[in-house]
Write a protein that binds this ligand. Structure first.
Ligand code: NOJ
Length: 564
């Protein structure tokens, strides 16, 4: 039943990949197919009893992460910050917010992670800083046209008295992308640009002081031993130099303006990534260890994304099109095919992601039509992701099968909600502190004797998803992820970018990796015959012999290798 149609095969092995790209000459650098676990520090584990996760908590939880079998951790921002966007508003790029710990605690964390064989990737936010950053405070105090204001995008308003914003761009988190300041004499003055909240002023990367400042930030953390950076808003930084109005007819009404081509994805940004790559390579030249740059690159197509992962730019860029694909085989096959053709096909690696701290969790997202199916589909999608060539990221709680939490309005803290009053894009529901143990909140997240509650309320049903339970239940999400990660290693898929689609019935996708790992996903609700002969390795649902259940995925070892 499953034969390979040659016109639809994708084989990226061997010659297509430039030897040693981005590495100190090694054939397959560690990051090309690494699996990184994203730790949202506020919500991972609280060591101090204040209801907020912290670095000592992360350190205490490292053995749990290591047991899962990932290659490293990405830590969400823990820098001093007024927390208007939960740390993505950085007031000091070279320190630790006391809420999360201090630099000594960070050093211990890095040492422990490395002892466990885990890489440490920090989150860095170069598009904007906090309005509490010293640069912005100086800019506010300084006069229009001053050097201090040149570090940001200050402009005079339109209208008779400058009462209208300089252009019609919208902020991602609602409202105009501009706020007006009061000048030193108390009069209404210039406007400054912020593509997110007003407390996150955009930096002006055309000012020659900005790039060297961030070089220093990178070096500061690299000197502390970090292994790389996740780059926030990596398609941002530069805007059209004239800041013209957007001619998108919907621009005035839309609350989020993620597609304004004047505000994002400008050619100059690539120069920054080349510069950052050079900083990383200067460390590699000393010790031979690759440092990783992974970008949050939200651009419309895989082909545009490929430009960000050219050999002298970022190592990885999250491929969000998989995350946004609806649960159907055509959508999945299309985005996977595009990624492999346009990104892997140019010699880079695809970086797959199904969940993060900004997205509705897969269990809920795939279950909008049928909540029972949501968990089954999330499990299947996980096996699919882990079988694909390239790197992958797992967001804390994904390995516990956590659904999104439906929080009441009064509990919401996301600036998107606070600024728009709309729950449509609200992200608190995927950020609720992790359940570790026990039957009631705080579920071991914070000490039981603590008077503080977790910063977002945990629902009672979290009891079904604690790490303790997951580790003791071999049918849990956790064991599925762990087994998938182990098999991925055992199958020697590292460094191999081959994927060959198999012919399947309409509801099923199947492909072969290397010389014999078959992954098949049944997107339909009905059982189908097991796709290929061979030895079953792992399935996302109990699978009677010869059957691939509905909303399930399975891996087989082709027997003999190359038989399919
Ligand atoms: C993307 C981050 O993932 C998100 O959490 C943040 O709010 C925005 N960038 C702005 O920094």
């Amino acid at each position: 039943m499953f034969t390979a149609p040659p016109e639809d095969s994708i084989d990226r092995s061997g010659g297509l990949r430039p030897a040693g790209v981005g590495s100190a000459g090694s054939a397959s650098p560690w990051w090309r197919d690494a699996v990184i676990y994203q730790i949202y520090v506020r919500s991972f584990l609280d060591s101090t009893g204040d209801g907020i996760g912290d670095l000592a908590g992360v350190r205490a939880g490292l053995p749990y992460v290591s047991k899962l079998g990932v290659d490293g951790i990405w830590l969400s921002p823990f820098y001093p910050s007024p927390q208007r966007d939960h740390g993505y508003d950085v007031a000091d790029y070279k320190a630790v917010d006391p809420v999360y710990g201090d630099l000594d605690e960070f050093a211990l964390l890095v040492a422990d992670a490395h002892r466990l064989g885990l890489k440490v990737v920090l989150d860095i936010v170069p598009n904007h800083c906090s309005s509490e950053h010293p640069w912005f405070r100086e800019a506010l105090a300084a006069a229009p046209g001053s050097e201090a204001r040149a570090l940001f995008h200050f402009a005079d308003g339109k209208g008779e008295h400058g009462e209208l914003p300089p252009n019609n761009w919208r902020a991602m988190f609602g409202g105009p992308a501009w706020s007006r300041v009061e000048e030193a004499d108390g009069t209404p003055g210039q406007w400054y640009m912020h593509l997110f909240t007003p407390e996150q002023p955009d930096l002006n990367w055309r000012d020659p002081r900005v790039a060297p400042y961030f070089d220093e930030v990178l070096r500061f953390w690299l000197d502390q031993g970090v292994d790389g950076f996740r780059i926030d808003v990596a398609a941002g930084l530069f805007h059209h130099p004239d800041l013209p109005d957007s001619d998108d007819p919907g621009a005035d009404e839309r609350t989020r303006d993620s597609v304004n081509p004047l505000a994002w994805n400008q050619p100059e940004v690539h120069g920054v990534w080349r510069r950052w790559r050079a900083v990383c390579e200067s460390y590699t030249a000393v010790d031979g260890q690759d440092r990783l740059l992974v970008g949050e690159v939200s651009v419309p197509t895989a082909a545009e994304q490929a430009a960000y992962v050219r050999p002298d730019e970022l190592h990885q860029a999250f491929f969000f099109h998989l995350l946004s694909a609806p649960w159907n085989p055509d959508a999945f096959r299309k985005v996977i095919g595009e990624a492999l053709r346009d990104i892997a096909g140019t010699g880079s690696t695809v970086t797959w992601v199904l969940n993060n701290h900004d997205q509705v969790r897969t269990v809920t997202r795939y279950g909008s039509d049928n909540s029972a199916a949501g968990a089954a589909r999330a499990r299947a999608a996980a096996l699919l992701m882990l079988a694909l060539p390239g790197a992958a990221y797992i967001y804390q709680g994904e390995e516990l099968g956590l659904p999104e939490v439906d929080l009441p309005d009064e509990a919401l803290t996301d600036p998107i909600f606070l600024r728009t009053g709309s729950r449509q894009y609200v992200r608190d529901g995927c950020r609720v502190p992790l359940p570790w143990s026990g039957h009631a909140s705080p579920f071991g997240f914070t000490g039981a004797d603590s008077t503080a509650r977790p910063w977002l309320p945990q629902p009672g049903w979290f009891a079904d998803h604690t790490t303790d339970r997951a580790l003791n239940d071999t049918d849990s999400f956790w064991h599925l992820y762990r087994n998938g990660l182990a098999l991925r290693r055992d199958f020697h898929l590292r460094g191999d970018a081959t994927l060959r689609w198999l012919e399947t019935p309409p509801d099923v996708l199947a492909f072969v990796r290397g010389d014999g790992l078959v992954c098949a996903v049944n997107f339909g609700g009905q059982d189908v015959p097991a796709p290929v002969p061979g030895t079953p390795l792992l399935a996302s649902a109990p699978s009677p012999a010869g059957v691939l259940p509905g909303n399930a995925a399975a891996w087989w070892a082709a027997d003999p290798p190359g038989a399919v």
